[in-house]
Design a binder for this molecule. Structure first.
Ligand code: BT5
Length: 265
């Protein structure tokens, strides 16, 4: 491929134990999450990575679209088979977000945070998103697909119909960023987090530390209702705890958060 991300180039630098050892790189694909799910169902190894330069049907949550012109972004999905229960599966999302934050924050002058549950932010603008899909066998977790899209060298002004302000790494940094370097760093961080998580470590505390959401006045759209209050905390499974004005606490497993802008003193 002519866009700098090749299987050989990646594998020659990777040095990970599990993450990305099995690797597919596509020029164009519908969605890396769809491909990773097919591979997972066919029994592919733990840590399998599907990468694409361009997606024709990139997906967000709840049927939304992920926009990324060719060669501008990191578009990837991982097949993970962690020893977790379905309730704990959010931990897989947490470590992928953490690895992305580490890789981005490792670049001079850029600091990334996480907006609950799955946005990557720089300067309160969305620079990436994570889409997790679970494969269950009976009551057991068979696999987790974690898809990530990160705006690398992209003018986000060109993207259509965004729900929230967006940015890219090149915008934040003021110059182009190597997708290969970012990818390698992300996968190496993830490999370490993944090994720890598989031996029982919970990423909850580390993830909580980089959450931009806590202490903020929030409005959370869930499938049933809109909940307003203060984002007090996240529990070990990743659910958001919101304190309403009447003092009651709502535990929210999935939803879309709007930060209302003023942190508590
Ligand atoms: C997400 O969904 O943020 C998860 C996005 C995951 C995309 C990756 S790419 C590789 C893998 N394969 C896939 O098919 N998907 C994953 P959600 O929270 O629902 O946010 C979606 C919303 O973000 C859209 O409705 C837009 O408003 C906005 N959006 C779309 N593209 C964007 C971009 N490039 N940058 C910032 N915001 C964007």
């Amino acid at each position: 491929m002519g866009h700098g991300l090749t299987r050989e180039g990646i594998l020659s630098q990777l040095g990970t134990r599990i993450i990305g050892r099995t690797l597919e790189v596509h020029d164009v694909i519908d969605s890396t999450n769809t491909r990773a799910t097919a591979l997972a169902r066919a029994g592919t190894l733990d840590g399998t990575l599907v990468l694409a330069d361009e997606q024709t049907g990139g997906r967000g949550r709840l049927g939304r679209r992920w926009h990324a012109p060719a060669s501008t972004s990191l578009l990837m999905s991982l097949v993970l088979r962690p020893p977790l229960t379905p309730m704990q599966a959010q931990r897989a999302t947490m470590i992928c977000s953490l690895a992305a934050v580490d890789a981005i924050s490792g670049m001079a002058g850029v600091e990334a945070m996480i907006k609950w549950p799955n946005d990557l932010l720089i300067d309160a603008k969305k620079v990436g998103g994570v889409l997790t899909e679970l494969g269950l066998k009976g009551k057991k977790l068979e696999y987790v697909i974690v898809g990530m899209g990160i705006n690398v060298n992209l003018d986000t002004e060109t993207l259509p119909d965004l729900m929230a302000p967006a940015t890219s790494l090149s915008t934040a940094r003021g110059r182009a960023v190597s997708r290969l370097d970012l990818l390698i760093s992300l996968l190496q961080h993830l490999d370490v987090y993944y090994a720890r998580m598989c031996s029982g470590w919970s990423p909850h505390t580390a993830w909580r530390r980089v959450l931009a959401t806590l202490g903020q006045s929030v409005r959370v759209g869930t499938q049933g209702a809109v909940i307003e209050g203060i984002a007090e905390d996240v529990n070990a499974d990743g659910a958001l705890l919101v304190r309403r004005t009447d003092g009651t606490i709502e535990t929210i497993l999935v939803g879309d958060v709007t930060l209302r802008g003023h942190a508590l003193a």
